[in-house]
Design a binder for this molecule. Structure first.
Ligand SMILES: *Cc1c(COP(=O)(O)O)cnc(C)c1O
Length: 369
């Protein structure tokens, strides 16, 4: 009997497992007719906050969480925000939408994470904030970054869209050493809604209140607008679904970590370069991203043999057409550009069976034999 195909991800198995609980939670919201704000939102925020020892504010998406954080901190025209070009578009896209200027610095080739000495070197009098990305489920060293930021009195906004449940080398969760952290609940993220969703995490109660104001058009009281915000609310239905799923997050992340450890062991000593976890980091493997010789041929081989894979990210943000005005050139961030040419993400989600992950590793290794 042959093993079934292994898609890069699929959400059906998890839905079947949680179906009665999820459907009961959704029906409860429908019957209460409280679709925005209210008990479902507050209850989820309370649990998400407790998980981080901080305040949590539910937001309409990860992108909107980044945007709302920048707006709430008053980042806009004239400010520079230092970030990585090796990330999903939203990181730099939201910076640009505020009128601020994304300032890119290269990554560390081992971890794919923003290079901290390069961040320190990029700080100018115009710098308004630093936005690191905890890419693929691994955290940037938040304490070291906080030391750099503190010296210049700069806020750090963590793009934690891919890293819920991760810990840095000091054992800290997101939001511990920063002004705030933005989460995404896009369906394929480690904690996924049934639609778009996001959140902001902060230890600062005043800032949390400002985030709530920002998601409600800057309102202080009904029809009194202190500043311009947006509609960044997260639907009550999504909060109810997320609250059900939150209970399983640890279990799911542990399974991701076990699959990551299995792949690491299979790829040790092969042509494939397995992803590197920085010492002490608790990686939650939102993605399992290898560096692969003859990457595009490997991708074709995997596709042909029924193993899903994808390239995160094929093009560095400094070379995106919409940022041409920033004046970056090819060759400016060699580590990022090399990663774009070499990386390939393999299937890693909690519902994968042992037979499936064996097949993924076998199929990759067969290509190099
Ligand atoms: C998913 C993601 C976002 C955006 O989140 P959405 O919920 O899709 O808007 C931002 N940054 C990174 C690194 C992401 O992976």
């Amino acid at each position: 009997m042959s093993t079934p195909n292994v898609p890069l991800f699929e959400l059906t198995t998890q839905y079947q497992l949680l179906r009665p609980e999820i459907e009961a939670a959704v029906i409860k919201v429908l019957e209460s007719q409280q679709f925005t704000g209210g008990w479902a939102v507050e209850s989820f925020e309370q649990k998400l906050g407790a998980l981080h020892g901080a305040h949590a504010v539910a937001i309409s998406s990860g992108t909107d969480a980044l945007l709302a954080a920048l707006m709430a901190l008053g980042i806009g025209a004239g400010a520079e925000v230092i970030t990585t070009p090796f990330t999903f578009f939203a990181t730099a896209g939201t910076i640009a939408r505020t009128g601020a200027k994304p300032v890119f610095v290269d990554i560390d080739p081992d971890t794919f994470l923003i290079n901290l000495p390069a961040v320190a070197a990029a700080i100018t009098p115009a710098t308004g904030a630093i936005m690191p990305v905890h890419l693929f489920g691994q955290m940037v060293n938040a304490l070291k970054l906080a030391e750099i930021a503190c010296r210049h009195n700069l806020p750090v906004i963590e793009d934690s869209a891919q890293s819920i449940g991760a810990l840095d080398a000091t054992g800290a969760v997101m939001g511990t050493h920063s002004r705030c952290a933005a989460l995404s609940f896009y369906p394929t993220k480690n904690l996924g809604a049934y639609g778009d969703g996001g959140a902001l995490i902060t230890r600062d109660a005043t800032l949390a209140a400002r985030f709530k104001q920002t998601r409600q058009h800057g309102e202080t009281s009904r029809y009194h607008h202190e500043f311009v915000g947006g509609n960044f609310r997260l639907d009550a239905i999504q909060c109810a679904i997320l609250e059900v799923k939150l209970k399983y997050l640890d279990q799911w992340n542990n399974r991701r970590r076990a699959i990551g450890a299995y792949y690491n062991q299979r790829f040790a000593g092969s042509a494939v370069i397995a992803p590197v976890t920085a010492p002490g980091n608790h990686h939650v493997y939102h993605q399992y991203v290898i560096r692969a010789p003859k990457r595009d041929a490997l991708r074709d081989h995997l596709t042909k043999h029924g193993v899903g894979c994808n390239i995160y990210y094929p093009r560095s943000l400094h070379l995106q057409e919409c940022f041409a005005n920033l004046g970056y050139k090819p060759g400016q961030f060699p580590h990022t550009e090399q990663a774009c040419a070499e990386v390939l993400a393999l299937p890693i989600y909690p519902e994968l069976t042992d037979a499936q992950i064996t097949r993924v590793a076998d199929t990759v290794l067969a290509f190099y034999q």
